[in-house]
Write a protein that binds this ligand. Sequence first.
Ligand code: NAD
Ligand code: LMR
Length: 340
Amino acid sequence: TISSVGAQAALVSKPRNRGISGLKASYKVAVLGAAGGIGQPLGLLIKMSPLVSELRLYDIANVKGVAADLSHCNTPSQVMDFTGPAELASCLKGVDVVVIPAGVPRKPGMTRDDLFNINAGIVKSLIEAVADNCPEAFIHIISNPVNSTVPIAAEILKQKGVYNTKKLFGVSTLDVVRANTFVAQKKGLKLIDVDVPVVGGHAGITILPLLSKTRPSVTFTDEETEQLTKRIQNAGTEVVEAKAGAGSATLSMAYAAARFVESSLRALAGDPDVYECTYVQSELTELPFFASRVKIGKNGVESIISSDLEGITEYEANALEALKPELKASIEKGIEFAHK
Ligand code: NAD
Ligand code: LMR
């Protein structure tokens, strides 16, 4: 469903700073790719969540050490490790949320789409296991290119007869995290207050920050809009270049993914006020998948917030039209791969 929500203020998500009294540590979360650059700090942040009872870590190698290490933290969740495809089913049975950061990261000079050939197959095989073992779970896809890996996941789930459009999420939280940081820095705002919706997809020009919808309301010169938009779109590449061959964003990504996990767990626990930008099946535009702010509830996506796209500036409207062909091609590439 698409709903237009008038009360803009109510849509500002307040990550990680709400009281958690009354919510029980009762959720099981699996991380697939848990020994990697994102997986390890993400495991640590999830281990700190008071809502998690079991943290299940899966990778094709090196996961035992990560699990032993994390298990010594005196927080409530139990840490379990699973290595290789033979242990994947046990990892997945009964989980509430599956987070997938498995796959190779970019090196300087590469686009996210250059990762398609390796990561498409990894996501396909992991989603097949998710479909067989925990089809009811919320599925968070981090592996790039997200614009294509989410459509791949959707097709595999459909082929298995278990696709729930409301429970498949492409994690684009890092774009929001970056936009909030850069806007707060530029305008001298208190970070905790700033919320910028980022729509479209998660690669290059498909990442579209709607600066005109920043909360609290801020004005930008044309030059600031251009500079901030480009920086947010290029932020992943900024990190890839700074790491100079050693990978892409891992720490800020783990932070962003942990925020999205926490939001999902709050929604599962009945919090009626959970909003996040995420790349999901959508009717907001003519494209079948689109990132936008959504309301998340116990059953996944409760509504897609259309009001963010209403009354956008001419700059944003042009950028929205300009991103559609690339996003459409990435979606079609994913769907075609899943049918091969
Ligand atoms: P990494 O190479 O450090 O870690 C990847 C991990 O995946 C490794 O531990 C590897 O063993 C594991 N893996 C590979 N094949 C697997 C399989 N079949 N099953 C389970 N695990 C498997 O890479 P990273 O820096 O953690 O990045 C991982 C992915 O996340 C990349 O594709 C990267 O582009 C993407 N990423 C996405 C975002 C986003 O905003 N969505 C941000 C940063 C990175
Ligand atoms: C990011 O935005 O940091 C990730 O998508 C990783 C990358 O390749 O840039």
